[in-house]
Each structure stands twice: as structure tokens, then as C-alpha cells.
Design a protein around this ligand. Structure first.
Ligand SMILES: Cc1cc2nc3c(=O)[nH]c(=O)nc-3n(C[C@H](O)[C@H](O)[C@H](O)COP(=O)(O)OP(=O)(O)OC[C@H]3O[C@@H](n4cnc5c(N)ncnc54)[C@H](O)[C@@H]3O)c2cc1C
Length: 150
């Protein structure tokens, strides 16, 4: 089976890493429209929760790679535009709802390592029409690559 993962964001990389780990016989290729994996400014860090993102990383055996950088959130502070505190909410003791912040790029690098030999095609926009997947690579002089989805 051939699988095209469209987008090398956190979701696409996690999906490809999971396939590399649990279904290594599947032929997977990742297509990303950006020039690089750090091209898109989406904020410095991501908040991962115990019962969602953190659980996935632990299942994939990737938590240790980010553990050193993780910052555990103990409270949430809401400020106005002048930095004055409006509200402060302490974090609950519930392990599942615990939030750990990690640098987005650290997470992407760990995931990228986990996708192993999976090809990551950069600067290629994917368009799906019916069952045909069209990959528009700006560097391609042969016209767009096409692949039929099976
Ligand atoms: C400033 C900011 C702060 C944020 N902070 C948090 C946070 O703390 N916690 C949190 O959970 N979320 C946060 N988010 C939301 C967070 O960015 C998303 O949850 C996360 O990035 C989603 O990952 P994703 O892989 O699903 O999508 P994306 O990160 O958007 O990745 C999708 C990728 O697919 C590529 N792509 C799309 N269409 C095509 C196509 N047709 N062909 C090829 N490539 C394509 C895009 O270029 C992109 O790289 C924040 C967002 C912003 C903007």
C-alpha cells in the first residue's frame, strides 16, 4: 500500500511516524507545500496534554527526546495588553489534564527523526481530484506529478 501524507505539520509527521513504527511495510511519502519545516510561524511552543499529545508521544517512544525541554504549566495567567493581571487559574492536580509546553521545532525534529527513511518532499502543493493526487512541484519541468490513490 502507498500512503501520501499531505502536510508536514505536527499531525502529518505524527501520522508518518506512527506508520513507520507500527506498519513499516507501508510505503509512505510526505508532501509539504512550504520550503522548509520551520517556514510557518505558528508560535514558539505547543501545550501538550497528558491524555492527548503526551500520550501519543509516549506511545511512539518519543517523549524522552523532548523531556529535557518540557516546561510544566502550573497556572494560567490572563493579562490585558498592558501586562496587568486580570485572572489567574491554578492548574488542577489531574495528571490527564496536565499541560507541558515544548518548543514546536523540538517536537518537529523528534518527529522527523521518527519518520526515518520516509521521503519528505518540500515545496510541493498537493491537489486531490477524485481519486487522482496531483503534486505541483515548482522545480518540476516535466509537468505535475500524478499518482492514483488506491
Ligand atoms: C500563534 C499560534 C500558537 C498556537 N499555539 C498552540 C498551542 O499552544 N497548542 C496547540 O495545541 N495548538 C496551538 N496552535 C495551533 C497549532 O498551530 C496547531 O494545533 C498545530 O500546528 C496543528 O498541526 P497540524 O499538523 O494539524 O497543522 P499545521 O501545523 O497547519 O500543518 C499543516 C501543514 O500542511 C501543509 N499543507 C496544507 N495544505 C497542503 C497541500 N495542499 N499540499 C501540501 N502541503 C499542505 C501546510 O503547509 C502545513 O505545513 C497555535 C497556532 C498558532 C498560529
Amino acid at each position: 500500500m502507498w500512503v501520501a501524507v499531505i502536510g508536514a505539520g505536527i499531525s502529518g509527521l505524527t501520522c508518518a511516524a506512527a506508520m513507520q513504527r507500527f506498519s513499516p511495510q507501508t510505503e509512505v511519502e510526505i508532501y509539504e507545500r512550504d520550503q522548509g519545516l520551520a517556514s510557518r510561524p505558528q508560535g514558539y511552543s505547543l501545550g501538550l496534554k497528558g491524555d492527548t499529545g503526551l500520550a501519543v508521544l509516549k506511545t511512539l517512544g518519543l517523549y524522552e527526546q523532548i523531556a529535557a525541554e518540557v516546561v510544566t504549566i502550573t497556572n494560567f495567567v490572563f493579562c490585558n495588553q498592558r501586562g496587568q493581571r486580570l485572572l489567574e487559574l491554578p492548574a488542577t492536580g489531574n495528571e490527564k489534564r496536565l499541560t507541558q509546553r515544548v518548543r514546536r521545532q523540538t517536537l518537529k525534529e523528534a518527529l522527523l527523526q521518527a519518520v526515518g527513511p520516509t521521503p519528505v518532499h518540500l515545496a510541493g502543493i498537493v491537489q486531490a481530484t477524485g481519486k487522482v493526487l496531483r503534486v505541483l512541484m515548482p522545480s518540476s519541468r516535466m509537468g505535475p506529478a500524478r499518482r492514483r490513490i488506491t
